[in-house]
Design a protein around this ligand. Structure first.
Ligand code: ATP
Ligand code: MG
Length: 581
């Protein structure tokens, strides 16, 4: 179905946002000193993410307020409890003899101990790295090894299945702590570890904006996952983006569906909401449409941060799953991780009475950079505009190889002016690659985009995924979005298939919504629909029905794998590939 290409911010019936602001005015007047002031910090002074997320709230009298609310177990931690247990955990790390900068990993589901470990490690000046608990032994080993993990917190079951088989290859690891109270050789229990704490210093470490705080691994969509190092100063970015892009306020009921094993789940599942004093809902269960709708409703979620893959699954589950849903309190829905097709933005309007606000960022940026914010009109399919304090540009190289700012609507690489507070400071063990990501004052993102006359950014594709067909540059996103407009299509993944005449031809892989059959008639209809929407030069020449598309563990479509399989080539690093469960 074709729809209007703009949703006005002030349209009747849309939610009202307490952080409503004037985009152009606030961007022009914003300085990072405002973020310092909001967090009670002196520019150039000390700051510690763990302290800002926990003890700061105690000092401001919010100790009783709910911080973390775990849906499955019914456990709940107030800001006061979170502050006390993370301090105790940090003390226990010191008792182990750990030094500032040492790496503390978790391999856990979304349980309280994960949050306590991350915040406690930060408060003690160590570097925190949560790993996704669904990884197998080899991805776990490579990450623990690359990050020189000194301590690992895990569960007894995960330890036996995923750590024990590779333990002898991890010489730096000094202690494994298991959250269950079972005696396992070579490990310590959480409770005994915490009991030891009282003899060691409880004070928060003196850390500064440039001190390492977090280690995040990229999703591995385009190749081997990279380890990105982040610093305590990132808190300023998390505060700013929590305010402008997510509209967070103290006490807001907030649900981030990302696992802390990915940067979204740490930056926006732990840090940003806790900086703002939000009440976080945490769910550890597998995706289930009925469960998700009931969480939104029963917990009266006000701000919901999720991902296109989850939205596509909810759309696929159909209207029946959403029947009876009355998310009256829901004020904002945001999405990140992959392009959000216009159909999904409109689905938000139909299902929740508001557009889903797409935003763009990467593991390397540490925080949201470009967003559709409540303050301005949404153009469905666009990733929005740069947030205050962020300079984003589309750049192209001139004949001499120099970077130039692209003209409006010209395609080029998305680049960010360096210096935003959550910019990554290193790729682990790969200084050359880090250096190569920068050109002069700009960080080059590896994504292609264009900026329209109104300053909105439009994602074209990853530089690696863009298709060159008969002299045209074709972004897979545009083709996938057009296919998804068809009522039978649940998901689409588009690649360039080598062709002796055109260079590449566009090939689409399509999964269907429930109740749709992959018939020859539908095949022809989808190709015709795409031709009519995109024109013959851009529309797919080939289309294949698929039962599912390969994705990363974080849910992203892996086009490189579709291509490798199509061409019968080696699949490369597949350690982050989601396995059928
Ligand atoms: P790897 O770097 O290992 O290949 P990855 O790039 O998928 O994996 P992440 O840092 O998790 O790892 O993802 C960031 C990338 O995801 C972006 O560079 C972009 O390609 C894509 N992305 C994120 N948000 C959006 C969005 N709103 N629209 C389009 N693409 C997005
Ligand atoms: Mg990347």
């Amino acid at each position: 179905m074709q729809r209007p290409n703009i949703i006005r911010a002030n349209a009747a019936g849309l939610p009202v946002h307490p952080n409503w602001y004037d985009y152009a005015g606030q961007r022009a007047s914003f300085t990072w000193a405002q973020a310092h002031q909001a967090l009670g910090l002196d520019p150039g002074g000390t700051l510690n993410i763990g302290d800002l997320c926990t003890d700061r709230h105690l000092r401001q009298g919010r100790g009783q307020q709910a911080a973390l609310d775990f849906v499955a177990s019914g456990r709940r931690l107030s800001y006061g409890q979170l502050a006390a247990s993370s301090t105790q955990y940090g003390q226990a790390l010191r008792c182990l003899g750990l030094e500032p900068g040492d790496a503390v990993f978790t391999l856990l589901g979304r349980v309280p101990e994960l949050f306590i470990t991350v915040l406690g490690a930060l408060k003690a000046g160590m570097v925190a790295c949560p790993l996704f608990s669904a990884f197998g032994p080899e991805p776990v080993r490579t990450r623990l090894d690359l990050g020189a993990a000194k301590v690992l917190v895990t569960s007894a079951g995960l330890y036996q299945r995923k750590v024990l088989p590779v333990l002898d290859q991890l010489p730096a690891l000094r202690a494994v702590i298991v959250t269950d109270d079972v005696a396992l050789e070579g490990t310590r229990t959480w409770s005994s570890f915490m009991q030891d704490a009282s003899s060691c210093g409880a004070e928060t470490a003196v850390t500064r904006a440039d001190d390492a705080a977090l280690l995040h691994f990229t999703s591995g969509t385009t190749g081997k996952p990279k380890g990105a190092v982040h610093v305590h100063g990132a808190a300023l970015m998390h505060w700013m983006t929590g305010y402008y892009a997510l509209d967070l306020h103290p006490g807001d009921v907030y649900w981030c569906t990302a696992d802390p094993g990915w940067v979204t789940g740490t930056s926006y599942g732990i840090i940003a909401p806790l900086l703002h004093g939000a009440h976080c809902i945490i769910d550890d269960a597998e995706f289930d449409a009925y469960r998700w709708y009931s969480i939104l409703q029963e917990h009266a979620v006000q701000v919901w941060y999720t991902a296109p893959t989850a939205i596509r699954m909810l759309m696929k589950a159909g209207a029946a799953a959403a029947r009876g849903l009355r998310p009256d309190r829901l004020r904002l829905i945001a999405s990140v991780g992959e392009p959000l097709n216009p159909e999904a933005v409109w689905w938000g309007v139909e299902t929740f009475g508001q557009p889903i606000l797409d935003n763009w960022w990467q593991t390397e940026t540490g925080g949201i950079m470009i967003a559709n914010a409540p303050a301005f009109d949404v153009k469905p399919g666009s990733m929005g505009r740069p947030l205050p304090g962020v300079e984003a540009q589309v750049v192209v190289r001139d004949a001499a190889g120099q970077l130039q700012i692209a003209a409006a609507d010209e395609q080029g690489e998305l680049a960010l002016r360096r210096g935003w507070p959550s910019m990554f400071r290193a790729y682990l063990n790969n200084p050359e690659r880090y250096q190569a990501s920068f050109c002069g004052d700009f960080y080059l993102t590896g994504d292609l985009a264009r900026r329209d006359q109104d300053g909105y950014f439009w994602f074209i594709g990853r530089a690696d995924d863009v298709i060159k067909s008969a002299g045209h540059l074709i972004g897979p996103f545009e083709v996938e979005s057009a296919l998804m407009e068809h009522a039978a299509v649940a998901e689409a993944g588009v690649i360039g298939k080598p062709d002796p005449i055109a260079g590449e031809v566009v090939k689409a892989f399509v999964t269907l919504r429930s109740g749709q059959a992959p018939t020859a008639a539908l095949h022809a209809e989808l190709l015709a629909h795409a031709r009519q929407r995109l024109g013959a030069a851009v529309a797919p020449k080939e289309l294949e029905f698929a039962a599912c598309l390969p994705r990363t563990r974080s849910g992203k479509i892996m086009r490189r794998l579709l291509k490798a399989r199509e061409l019968g080539l080696p699949e490369g690093d597949t350690s982050t590939l989601e396995l059928p469960s």
